[in-house]
Design a protein around this ligand. Structure first.
Ligand SMILES: NC(=O)c1ccc[n+]([C@@H]2O[C@H](COP(=O)([O-])OP(=O)(O)OC[C@H]3O[C@@H](n4cnc5c(N)ncnc54)[C@H](OP(=O)(O)O)[C@@H]3O)[C@@H](O)[C@H]2O)c1
Length: 298
C-alpha cells in the first residue's frame, strides 16, 4: 500500500513530535517540513526542510503546528491549494466554534476537507469529557492535573505482598471528600487484584476512598509526574450515584501528535468541510484499519 505523504508546517514542540511520529508510522510518510527559516536538520535525514509547502513534492495533506493566531490564515492558504489540513490550536468553547465555522466556510469553498481541534486538549480529552457527560447527563465534571509535590512514598502500601514501590497522593472531590490515589509497581508475578484489595483494606487507608493504579515504574512516574484525573459524578439526587473516572499519565505533545496522525488517516474518507473529533467516528480515525479496529474494540 502506498503511504500517504504528509507535510508538517512549523517545527516547534508539536511539529517535532508530529515529524517523529510520521517517521515511525507504517501507513503515513513525512513529505517534508515547512519552516520560516528552513535549513537541513540531521535528525530528518534526507527529508526536505523548505520555506513553502509548494516546494515539496506530492503532498497529500498538511499538519498545521503553528501558533493559534496564524492557524486560520495558513489553513486558508493550504485549502486554496486543495491541500487537506489537520490542526489542534488551543481553542475551546465559543472561540473554538467560531474558528470551526470559519474553517468550514473556507474548506467548503475550496472543496477540501479539514480536521480542527484534533490534538490532546482540544482533542482526545475533549472526547472523554463529552462522553462522560453523555453517560451521566446530570452531574458535575472535575478535571485535575497531578502535581509533583502531592506524591509521597507509601510505606504502608510497600509493605504489602507483591508490591515493590508505591506512591500515594490525595485529591479532593467536588463535594469536598478526600480520595487517595495509590500508584503501585508490582513485583513480577504478583497478583494485582489481591495487592489492590490488601491496600484498600489496610487500616491506614480505610478512612478514605482509596483507588489503586498499577504502573510499570514508580520512578518514571516520579520523574515525569504529569497526569490528569478526570471525574464525572452523578448529581446527588441521582439514586444510582454513577461515577466515571479517567486516570491518565501521558506526554501531552506526543498524544496531540498521535491524534493529528489519526485525523490525517481519516481525511481520504471525508467530504469537503471542517470536522471536529466530535464529527468523526473512531472507525474513520483508524483509516484503512477501521474494520479490524471495530472487530477488536467494539
Ligand atoms: N490541542 C493540543 O493538545 C495541543 C498541544 C500542543 C500544541 N497545540 C497547538 O499546536 C500549535 C503549536 O504549539 P507548539 O507547542 O508546538 O508551539 P511552539 O513550540 O511555539 O511551535 C510553534 C512553531 O510555529 C512556527 N511559528 C511560530 N510563529 C510563527 C508565525 N508567526 N508564523 C508562522 N509560523 C510560526 C515556528 O516553527 P518554525 O520555526 O519551524 O517556523 C514555531 O516553532 C499551537 O497552535 C498550539 O495551540 C495544541
Amino acid at each position: 500500500m502506498k503511504k500517504r505523504r504528509i507535510a508538517v508546517i512549523g517545527l516547534g514542540n508539536l511539529g517535532r513530535s508530529c515529524a517523529e511520529a510520521l517517521l515511525a508510522d507504517p501507513t503515513l510518510a513525512l513529505a517534508g517540513v515547512v519552516r520560516r527559516n528552513p535549513a537541513p536538520l540531521d535528525w530528518l535525514g534526507d527529508i526536505p526542510v523548505v520555506g513553502h509547502v509548494a516546494e515539496l513534492h506530492a503532498v497529500d495533506a498538511a499538519l498545521l503546528c503553528v501558533p493559534p493566531g496564524v492557524v486560520l490564515g495558513m489553513a486558508n492558504e493550504l485549502l486554496q491549494r486543495r491541500l487537506p489540513v489537520v490542526e489542534c490550536a488551543r481553542l475551546h468553547g465559543d472561540a473554538f466554534l467560531a474558528h470551526k465555522a470559519e474553517m468550514q466556510r473556507v474548506a467548503r469553498l475550496r472543496k477540501t476537507p479539514a480536521v480542527v481541534g484534533a490534538g490532546c486538549d482540544p482533542g482526545i480529552l475533549s472526547l472523554f469529557r463529552n462522553q462522560f457527560a453523555l453517560l451521566i447527563p446530570h452531574g458535575h465534571t472535575r478535571s485535575s492535573l497531578h502535581v509533583g509535590t502531592s506524591l509521597h512514598h507509601s510505606l504502608a502500601a510497600e509493605g504489602i505482598e507483591g508490591v515493590g514501590k508505591a506512591l500515594a497522593t490525595e485529591l479532593k472531590t467536588q463535594d469536598g471528600r478526600l480520595q487517595r490515589y495509590v500508584y503501585v509497581e508490582l513485583e513480577p508475578g504478583a497478583d494485582a487484584a489481591a495487592a489492590e484489595q490488601a491496600i484498600r483494606q489496610d487500616p491506614l487507608y480505610l478512612d478514605e476512598e482509596t483507588l489503586v493504579f498499577p504502573v510499570e515504574s514508580v520512578a518514571t512516574l516520579e520523574e515525569t509526574n504529569r497526569g490528569l484525573v478526570l471525574e464525572r459524578h452523578a448529581a446527588a439526587s441521582d439514586a444510582g450515584h454513577a461515577a466515571l473516572l479517567l486516570e491518565a499519565r501521558f506526554n501531552e505533545t506526543e498524544l496531540a501528535a498521535r491524534m493529528m496522525l489519526a485525523a490525517a488517516r481519516a481525511l481520504p474518507q471525508l467530504q469537503a468541510g471542517a470536522y471536529s473529533l466530535d464529527d468523526l467516528p473512531a472507525r474513520v480515525l483508524w483509516g484503512e484499519q477501521g474494520t479490524s479496529a471495530e472487530r477488536e474494540w467494539i
